[in-house]
Ligand binder design. Structure first.
Ligand SMILES: [Zn+2]
Ligand SMILES: [Zn+2]
Length: 267
């Protein structure tokens, strides 16, 4: 299984919209690791994780063919992850399709927002339930609850195929007890986890700074969900939390690395 991070920026991206950019000119260069579009990922070219406002630019940059997506899976309804209007381009009159080539999987909030926006459209929309495994083609996916966007059920996602498991944990916060209990029975082979605030704690508890992420990792090691040596990358970075280089230095002792747009992990 290969997960490719198409976007690794926080909600306002890097360089950010309408904000003095703490990282300066290097984050304006498209090949810089400090150039971050809004968080999204792709598993094996066929499972699309979130569909945010930078979807088109990400497809163009990484030559992604969205006709190969069997599923679009939403984590929650925040606009950096869920741009409902992009869904319309899958159908007539933008092309000759009577049905879109993908199935949508999402929490109840996102499902009802799509149904409200496109009440009569032939979309296949499947509601995903917390801690309940669901089969998506050759993959098994289990959503766990994040401490984010409450009272909405923001979902972090665990994917399994051929005995390998990857966790995609964007917009996380400190997980609630049922998530910790669920993770106790899971052994991940790789993990992508947010580190929105990086080196500067914003005080907002719906995201993680590096100091909090360190505690999350300690706990995950303690309960056996992760073990030393597995690939762990961060995502959803704000420009306020430090540059890629600064984060790399700070994360080295933890055995993890900051993700960047275009990076892949294969397990
Ligand atoms: Zn977000
Ligand atoms: Zn969010």
């Amino acid at each position: 299984m290969t997960i490719k991070l198409l976007g690794t920026g926080a909600a306002d991206g890097v360089p950010p919209l309408f904000t003095a950019n703490r990282l300066g000119s290097r984050s304006f260069e498209p090949n810089s690791k400090d150039f971050r579009t809004r968080a999204a990922a792709l598993i094996d070219g066929c499972l699309k994780l979130d569909l945010g406002p930078d979807t088109m630019a990400q497809n163009q940059r990484f030559q992604i063919d969205p006709l190969l997506w069997d599923a679009i899976i939403f984590t929650h309804s925040h606009e950096d992850h869920f741009t409902v209007s992009e869904i319309q381009y899958a159908l007539y009159p933008f092309n000759g399709n009577e049905y879109p080539p993908f199935t949508i999987y999402a929490n109840p909030t996102v499902c009802s927002m799509i149904e409200w926006r496109y009440p009569a459209w032939p979309l296949e929309i499947i509601e995903t339930r917390l801690y309940e495994e669901i089969q998506i083609g050759d993959y098994r996916m289990t959503p766990v609850r994040a401490k984010h966007a409450e009272p909405e059920e923001c979902q972090n996602l665990i994917f399994e195929k051929d005995g390998k498991k990857i966790g995609y944990m964007t917009d996380t916060g400190w997980w609630p007890d049922p998530t910790w209990e669920h993770l106790e029975g899971i052994r991940l082979d790789a993990m992508v986890i947010e580190c929105t605030d990086g080196l500067v704690d914003s005080g907002y508890r719906g995201h993680l700074a590096l100091a909090e992420l360190e505690k999350v990792l300690e706990n995950l090691y303690r309960i056996g969900t992760i073990k030393a040596g597995i690939p762990i990358l961060t995502t959803h970075h704000s420009h306020l939390g430090g540059s890629h280089e600064e984060l790399m230095e700070a994360m080295k002792p933890l055995g993890i690395a900051p993700g960047y747009d275009g990076v892949e992990i294969t397990v």
